[in-house]
Write a protein that binds this ligand. Structure first.
Ligand code: C2E
Ligand code: SIN
Ligand code: SIN
Ligand code: FE
Ligand code: FE
Length: 676
């Protein structure tokens, strides 16, 4: 069985206005069993193209057309359904007994010559029209069709179709909030056995309250009820005619921001989408353990992150809380003989977010037995030191007091554990400083040591994994889109890091909850690294042209946005949505004078441009300004900052410019870290 969507809009068809991605035709669904039975649900304007396709693909035959209810947007395509006029076709039409008239009466009214040139009398003899009771079941060929009431002004019916080993559910028009608890429970039970549900999510979460009682739901309400069932795939449909593609994607992105753990696949219905039985589960699926286990909780949390900075930060925060440590540092092995000082937290010296800058510090120590971290890295054993200024005489390592000297900090106790990854390879060292008891530095307990050694296993694993995936991504970008020989992998690292840090600062100012901030920051970094992937589709002649582009060449170049976006068509995760938004919109301008390289996606302005794209735009342009390109030489940082500032309110979102300027020190650290 295959389900194809021919219409995904609700209320009224919509042409243009940024809706071309998900389509403008009203509800029409084609269900086709493997045996060739054809079942159509609703006759919105999508039925026109479906009729044409069926006429082309087969000489004649029969099909069953089921209606959910009588509202215009579910019936107003009927007169343009060509099969009705073709003598080789027989259509059986079924509709639920709701209030008012019979379905033959409805159909005769639609084909009343005062509204339409043909009368049902002229064509109806080849077809049949039947009413059924809500709750009835039928067989059409090899398919079983079941029905259940849903909540909508004057009634509506939902369908469940089972054939070829799987079950599809379509809600019809349905409003969860106006259904009684018993009705809700009945519908949950009914849809609970489906593999995929197609759901009326007409309104955004913001617009819903003002339209309560209109007979439609929002995505959040569906998620809430679907989570009570075993259903794992939800396709949202009946899109509001005023909602642009971007707005719809924002609605899905909001769900993922609020519930990064959602054990569901969320898919936006678009015209032409073909739904089949799929067995794969979403990569973000989480299996909850039977009992609460803090260490499992922690592993699960960091296993979701891909961003090395985020992983190191979470590891260090967790480790410090296990050991009640005032400070901590992570060293990562950079080459066979060097350890890089990779992340540091120190509550006394730099409380709060100043630690972000430390992520991009670029200092290393030799990997040898003379330092505490070096000794741990080489020996693979834990050191639990009571006082670093009173080391036993026979040990090879000494304490490097230069940090204490320059800051006035007094390091006393140190607990340093090796981070050992796969193949027993040391990836780094996790070092905690000054276990505080009643505010005073004291020894790390044996318990703390034991817990930290356990945590180190998970940490090493996550660090290795994130390094691998980052390297893979960068290598892919190097071979695919970065064909301009002057544009290096460091450019994408910088743009990703700058975008992530600008978001971090912006989100803190907007009181975004910490988990949401982390998830978004993490995803944004990777998604921003991919902003120019669409350049893979631009000719080398243009991409590597040493001089200025002609108008025609620049026009071709602009297509890189749309081409990049087309790589992330199905928005099934926050990563897909962000990568798509950034690729498509990173050359939009705040004043509406930017481009997407796709004439069907109009220029957006102001906050209509997704935040992640507004942020990436600044990072991308700033980096282009201070870098060498085949067509330009670099400019000094000060000049670049002036240009960014001058474009505030024109090219760029003023608030994002202010945020960028606030973290100039982090921006500089990023530049030093990823320099050519
Ligand atoms: P890109 O090199 O990554 O540049 C990204 C954006 O940075 C540009 O977007 C532009 O907004 C800004 N930018 C870069 N250099 C300058 C500059 O010297 N002054 C100012 N004020 N802004 C600058 P834009 O213009 O939409 O270009 C998109 C892409 O098209 C560029 O990506 C580059 O790959 C290509 N491109 C643009 N102009 C030329 C050109 O004259 N010659 C060649 N060969 N390629 C060009
Ligand atoms: C529809 O969306 O089905 C028509 C309008 C309405 O139901 O209120
Ligand atoms: C409706 O479908 O009930 C009306 C929604 C709208 O178009 O505002
Ligand atoms: Fe670009
Ligand atoms: Fe770029």
């Amino acid at each position: 069985m295959e389900v194809t969507l021919w219409g995904t809009r609700g209320s009224f068809p919509r042409i243009g206005g940024g809706t071309s991605g998900y389509g403008g035709n009203t509800t029409c669904i084609e269900v086709r069993t493997d045996a060739g039975d054809i079942i159509i649900i609703d006759a919105g304007t999508g039925i026109r193209d479906l009729g044409k396709k069926l006429q082309k693909s087969q000489q004649g035959g029969k099909c069953a057309l089921f209606f959910t209810h009588r509202h215009w947007d579910h019936v107003h395509g009927l007169t343009s359904f060509d099969l009705l006029y073709n003598p080789e076709w027989n259509i059986s039409i079924f509709g639920p007994q709701l209030e008012f008239e019979s379905w033959s009466h409805t159909i005769c009214t639609i084909f009343n010559t005062c509204y339409f040139p043909l009368s049902w009398k002229d064509i109806g003899h080849r077809h049949k029209v039947e009413d059924f009771r809500v709750g009835d079941s039928f067989n059409v060929g090899t398919a079983l069709i079941e029905t259940c009431a849903c909540s909508h002004p004057n009634g509506c019916v939902s369908y469940k179709i089972t054939a070829d080993g799987w079950t599809f559910f379509f809600s019809g028009d349905h409003e969860w909030e106006t259904a009684s608890p018993a009705e809700q429970e009945a519908l949950e039970k009914f849809m609970g056995s489906a593999d995929v549900i197609l759901a009326d999510a007409h309104f955004s979460n913001e617009d819903y309250p003002a339209c309560k009682g209109w007979g439609h739901s929002n995505m959040n309400q569906w998620v809430e009820h679907v989570l009570k069932t075993k259903v794992q795939r939800v396709v949202f449909t009946h899109h509001h005619p005023d909602y642009t593609d971007t707005m719809l994607e924002k609605c899905v992105a909001d769900i993922w921001r609020a519930h990064p753990d959602l054990p569901l696949r969320t898919i936006l219905a678009r015209e032409g989408l073909c739904i089949t039985k799929e067995t794969e589960t979403h990569p973000l699926d989480v299996v909850l353990p039977a009992t609460y286990c803090p260490m499992c909780d922690f592993s699960r949390k960091i296993s979701r992150y891909a961003d090395p900075g985020l992983i190191l930060g979470s590891v260090l925060t967790e480790a410090r809380s296990l050991g009640q440590a005032d400070a901590g540092t992570i060293y990562l092995l950079e080459s066979d003989d060097k350890l890089a000082f990779s992340y540091a937290q120190n509550e006394t010296l730099f409380p709060g977010s100043a630690a972000n800058r430390m992520t991009y510090l670029n200092s290393t120590i030799p990997k040898n037995e003379q330092s505490i971290a070096g000794y741990v890295a080489i020996s693979g054993i834990t050191l639990n030191i009571l006082d670093v200024y009173r080391l036993p005489v026979h040990v090879p390592y000494t304490f490097n007091d230069s940090f204490d000297k320059s800051t006035g900090y007094r390091t006393v106790s140190v607990l340093a554990v090796p981070l050992i990854g796969s193949n027993n390879k040391t990836v780094g060292v996790l070092q905690l400083i000054n276990s505080l008891k009643n505010g005073k530095p004291s020894a790390f307990t044996a318990d703390a040591q034991h817990h930290l050694e356990q945590l180190a296993i998970t940490a090493a694993d996550s660090i290795e994994r994130s390094r691998l995936s980052n390297e893979l991504l960068v290598r892919m970008l190097e071979t695919s889109s970065l064909r301009d020989p002057t544009e290096t992998a460091n450019h994408v690292m910088r743009v990703g890091a700058m975008a992530a840090e600008v978001y971090n600062c912006w989100a803190e100012k907007h009181d975004i909850p910490i988990e949401e901030l982390r998830t978004t920051k993490d995803t944004l970094r990777l998604a921003a690294m991919l902003h120019d992937v669409g350049k893979v589709g631009v000719s080398d002649l243009i991409l590597k042209k040493p001089g200025k582009l002609t108008t025609e060449e620049f026009f071709e170049m602009q297509k890189h946005c749309a081409m990049g976006a087309s790589l992330f068509k199905e928005p099934t995760s926050l990563m897909d949505i962000m990568a798509r938004n950034i690729a498509l919109h990173h050359h939009q301008k705040w004043n509406g004078k930017g481009y997407t390289g796709d004439s069907s996606v109009p220029p957006l302005s102001g906050t209509d441009i997704p935040l992640e794209a507004r942020i990436t735009a600044i990072a991308d342009v700033y980096d282009a300004l201070v870098s060498t390109r085949c067509y330009k030489s670099p400019m000094p940082v000060e000049v670049a900052l002036e240009i960014i500032q001058k474009e505030s309110g024109a090219h760029f979102d003023p608030e994002v410019v202010d945020t960028f300027m606030e973290i100039k020190d982090v921006i500089r650290a990023i530049h030093d870290r990823f320099s050519e």
